[in-house]
Design a protein around this ligand. Sequence first.
Ligand code: APR
Length: 246
Amino acid sequence: MQEKIKKAAELIKNSRFCIVFSGAGISVESGIPPFRGENGLWNTYDPSFLDISQFMSYPIESWKLVKEIFYDFFGEAKPNKAHQAIAELEKAGFIQKVITQNIDNLHTEAGSKDVLEFHGSSKELVCTNCAARYSKTIVNEQEVPLCNQCHALLKPDFVFFGEAIPEPAGSDSFAAGMKSDVVVVIGTTGEVMPACNIPYYAKQNGAKVIEINPEKSNYTTQITDIFLQGKATEMMERLYHEIIQT
Ligand code: APR
C-alpha cells in the first residue's frame, strides 16, 4: 500500500489541476451513515420521501423524516481528518477544487474554500414558492416549516430526487472535471447520475484517477489508476504526510 500512497502523492504533487470528488463515504467517520451498502440509510428508509413530488404532496410525513435524518441525527456531525487533510492540501496549493455530492457542509466547515456542492446543502431552507432563504434552526420551531413571507412550504436547500442540479455548481463541477489532470475520488459508489459522470469525463480527458474506498465501486475496475483501499481518514492522512513531508 505504501508504494501506492507514494505514487498517488507524486501524481498530486506534479498535477496542474487536482480536484477531489467526494461522496457519503468521506463523512462516515464523522458519524453520518452512507446511503448504500452496510448500515446504508436506504436499507432503513424508503428514499421516496426525498422525491420532490412526494415531499410536496405529503409534507408532514416527509418533513418528519427529513428532520429526523438530516437535522436531528446528522446535525452534530463534525469534519474528520479526511476533510481536514483535503482543506490543508488546498491551502498548500495541491488541491484546486472539491466537488462533493454531500449536503453535510463538512468540507467547508473543515476549511476548504473552493467547494462545489453538486447536490446543494442542508445548511439553509428555501421557500418552494418565493425562494426566500432561512436558517436551518427554523426546523426546531415548526414541524412543517412555512415561509413567513408567502406562507408556502419550505424545503432544505438540497436536491430532492426529481429536482434539477443547482447552478452554477452543476456546470462548474463538470468544467472542473474536464480541466482536471488528477481526480481523487473518495467514498462514493458512483451510482447516482449525473454527479457520477464527472470522474468519467475527467478520465476521458486524460486525467489520472486516485480512488479511496474500503470497497470497490463502479469506478474501480473501469477508470481507477491507483486504488487506495481503505477508510478516508487513514488514506487521506497517509497521502497528506507523503505529499507534505517529501
Ligand atoms: N471511507 C471511505 N469510503 C467509505 C467509508 C469510509 N470510512 N465507509 C463507506 N465508504 C464508501 C462505501 O464503500 C461506498 O462506496 O462510501 C460509499 C458510499 O456510497 P453511497 O452511500 O452510495 O454514497 P454516494 O456515492 O455519495 O451516493 C451518491 O446518492 O442518495 C444519493 O444524493 C445522494 O449524494 C448521494 C448520492
